[in-house]
Design a protein around this ligand. Structure first.
Ligand code: FPP
Length: 233
């Protein structure tokens, strides 16, 4: 068993999730990949509820990347449909978790109805204290380029780190303390490239639909064994 870092167990401010393994989870059960995503949404809801109970201030999930458009149309359509259903459900039941919704990524690619729904949810939950960032049509490189263009358009000639961070999609969030990736791969896959600078990374072989509150507790226990030095000693 790993030792605790001996420090105080301050609540973790921000946890981000790369929800990988839905497709394999479905395949193992002889189901189409879309079913994996459906169970992925259920896992996401369980984890979000657990994060709320643990007092986590900011939760970020990687729901659809700028590269995911390359997937078969049937799968893309299924993920869009799941998101539409989730958005409609949240609008009906806004106070369920009292999270402030923030969508990370370029919304302009979506049809008017989906975009307006996303924007409405962002507006109507803007006074909620806890933040839920949903990365949807998100890529870390795309975000950095987008931020540069925003700053150029605003006539900024020279930036410091804080100004640059304020032009990112995540402007309203502190950097993640912990990034959890399920599904066994050991990479970041274009997620929160700027924001991950000092995040602790946690990888598990568990496939996302199987990742539950106990697994999150385990990841958090592991987090507390880490010594965060931020380049110091
Ligand atoms: C990665 O698993 C998962 C995705 C690309 C999509 C994740 C989307 C959801 C869980 C639904 C999002 C909706 C809401 C409401 C948050 P994969 O398909 O790459 O799995 P594999 O590596 O096993 O193929």
């Amino acid at each position: 068993m790993k030792e605790s870092n001996g420090g105080e167990r301050r609540p973790i401010g921000h946890i981000a999730f790369i929800m990988d393994g839905n497709g394999r989870w479905a395949k193992q059960r002889g189901l189409p990949r879309e079913h994996g995503h459906r169970f992925g949404v259920k896992a996401f809801e369980r984890i979000l509820e657990h994060c709320r109970d643990l007092g986590i201030g900011t939760v970020t999930v990687y729901a659809f990347s700028t590269e995911n458009w390359k997937r078969p149309q049937k799968e893309v359509d299924a993920i869009m449909k799941l998101m539409d259903r989730y958005l409609a459900e949240c609008e009906k039941n806004m106070d369920r978790y009292r999270f402030r919704f923030v969508f990370l990524g370029d919304k302009s690619v979506f049809d008017t109805e989906r975009r307006q729904r996303m924007e409405r949810l962002e507006r109507t939950t803007a006074d909620h204290e806890r933040i839920l960032n949903i990365a949807f049509n998100y890529g870390g490189r795309d975000e950095i380029v987008h931020a540069c263009n925003r700053l150029i358009a605003a006539g900024v000639e020279c930036v410091d780190e804080a100004t640059f961070a304020s032009a990112l999609y995540t402007a309203s969030s502190a950097d993640p303390d912990l990034i959890i990736r399920t599904g066994g791969d050991l990479r970041i896959s274009n997620f929160l490239l700027w924001q991950a600078a000092y995040a602790e990374l946690y990888f598990t072989d568990k496939l996302w639909p199987d990742f539950g509150p106990d697994d999150l507790d385990e990841a958090i226990e592991d987090f507390y064994t880490r010594k965060r030095r931020y380049g110091g000693v």
